[in-house]
Design a protein around this ligand. Structure first.
Ligand code: GDG
Length: 456
């Protein structure tokens, strides 16, 4: 079996003994790397002021080498904060209004991809299979090809791919499309994303889709497919069951005694629909006054990308909104919304999912959304909760047992919360059973195997 080389913006180093397991993606990639041996390369997360790059930092763990590169401060500002997070992220989440194009940032993005290629190429062996992850590194294959690298290179996009009218608003869309054509396999989360991609190619005569999953553009032929990412379903279910005895989870259970718990878990990001969700919760209480003092909505929102102005502003907006709703609806013995603006430990998270009667996952647009899958996997089969899920999350293409909502429709989401809270045990079990069966079959290992099999 060929060696595997994974490249992603950030690298997950193996957890030291006793530390809670990392997310499913890291576990799956680590398992694939262990099976084949290989390299995982990415940015160290550190930036330096110097112009001369430091040597790669190499760490060996068994048959896996972790190769970490520092970037300069300018690189981080232009490539990561600038183009990746202020242009590609909003564009791929259909937010033309938030994209901020700058020639400098665009140039920085391509420059850092070239830099990654120059650092990676000397480590490659002839039959290594290379798997590049996510929007930060789209031009990497083109840079490697330019250096004469002939290896199989696959790309997986974790976030949505937008329709042509949205993508083409980005000044360098052609370079991005050209970049993708240098891979052997381009993978998306859902059939919708793949269709959008095909539409972009065909629309301006950039390329052709032959219908059998093959695309031709810029004189190259490559495969495209969709590979919905999963979680480590069986392990997470077991983990959540055990987490019930975790001290923090026990405390949480006591503190919501006599009330139904509704949970939302998202990085602080405008794509996740957090403000619309708080509005929907407020609407739910207003239209169902019988639930006053009978429910607690817990929103866990770790900070993310605080260096990007939109995220910093959102931090204030969400905190103010939660405060306003609590002020308006709360009583001396009831705080309707508990808002936690930092990350909590994974065992506690798993236990809280299991405690919650409703998992509220309402992104405005999301590649997949693993929280939806984790919530389902964490449920008690005897008394499962209800997933209220945005139809604009990739997960909605699979989790048909959820109550699907349009997150822009505040009253519709409020009604789904009410419906979920009053759903019969029989219906909850039937819906949950269908979803769990699917998640067990299509877990993250399967995702990894399917992608690598198609790439090979
Ligand atoms: C991108 C795409 C796609 C969250 N808060 C805490 C915490 N989390 C964990 C969750 C989950 C992960 O973070 C978030 O994953 P998502 O899939 O929901 O979202 P993104 O971060 O936007 O991920 C997305 C994904 O890539 C994979 O392809 O599904 O569409 O946007 O695992 O549990 N974990 C802990 N504490 C927290 O407070 N421990």
């Amino acid at each position: 079996m060929s060696r595997l080389v994974v490249v992603s913006n950030r690298v997950t180093l193996p957890a030291k003994g006793g530390v809670a397991p990392a997310g499913g993606l890291a576990v799956a990639l680590q398992a694939a790397l262990e099976e084949r041996g290989g390299i995982w390369m990415g940015w160290s997360g550190k930036s330096s002021g110097s112009r001369e790059p430091e040597p790669l930092s190499m760490q060996e763990h068994g048959n896996i080498t972790y190769a970490l590169t520092d970037l300069t401060k300018t690189d981080v500002e232009e490539y990561y904060e600038g183009f990746a997070n202020r242009v590609l992220w909003p564009i791929c989440h259909y937010r033309l209004d938030l994209a901020e194009y700058g020639r400098k940032e665009m140039a920085g993005y391509f420059r850092v991809n070239r830099f990654f290629a120059h650092r990676l190429a000397p480590m490659l062996k002839e039959d290594d299979v290379i798997w590049v992850h996510d929007y930060h590194l789209i031009p990497l294959a083109a840079e490697l090809r330019q250096m004469g690298v002939k290896n199989k290179i696959g790309f997986f996009l974790h976030i949505p791919w937008p329709p042509a009218d949205v993508l083409f608003a980005m000044p360098v869309h052609e370079e991005i499309m050209r970049g993708l054509s240098h891979y052997d396999l381009v993978g998306f989360q859902t059939d919708h994303d793949l269709t959008n991609f095909a539409g972009c190619l065909v629309r301006e005569g950039i390329g052709e889709a032959s219908g059998d999953g093959k695309f031709t553009s810029y004189d190259r032929t490559f495969k495209g497919g969709y590979y919905p990412i999963g979680i480590e379903t069986a392990a997470f279910a077991e983990f959540a069951k055990k987490a019930a005895s975790n001290i923090m989870v026990r405390k949480a259970r006591q503190s919501v005694e006599g009330r139904d718990l509704i949970i939302g878990v998202d990085r602080l990001d405008y794509s996740k629909g957090i403000t619309q969700r708080i509005d929907a919760f407020e609407q739910f209480i207003k239209s169902n006054p019988g639930y006053q003092n009978k429910v607690t909505y817990l929103q866990i929102t770790p900070k993310s990308r605080s260096e990007v102005p939109e995220y910093e502003a959102m931090q204030r907006t969400v905190a103010e909104q939660a405060g306003r709703v609590n002020g308006a609806l709360g009583t001396v013995d009831w705080v309707p919304i508990r808002y936690i603006n930092r990350s909590i430990g994974r065992p506690v998270l798993a236990g809280l999912y299991r405690l919650a009667k409703i998992g509220l996952v309402t992104p405005l647009r999301d590649g997949m959304n693993l929280v939806a899958k984790e919530y389902v996997a964490a449920q008690d089969p005897q008394d499962p909760g209800v997933l209220v899920l945005s139809r604009f999350a990739g997960a909605a293409r699979e989790l048909r047992g959820a109550l699907l909502v349009n997150p822009y429709d505040i009253e519709g989401t409020a009604n789904a919360i009410a419906r979920g809270l009053s759903m019969s045990l029989e219906e909850r079990q039937e819906r949950w059973g269908r979803m769990m069966e699917h998640l067990l079959e299509r877990d993250v290992m399967r995702w990894c195997d399917d992608f690598l099999a198609d790439l090979a």
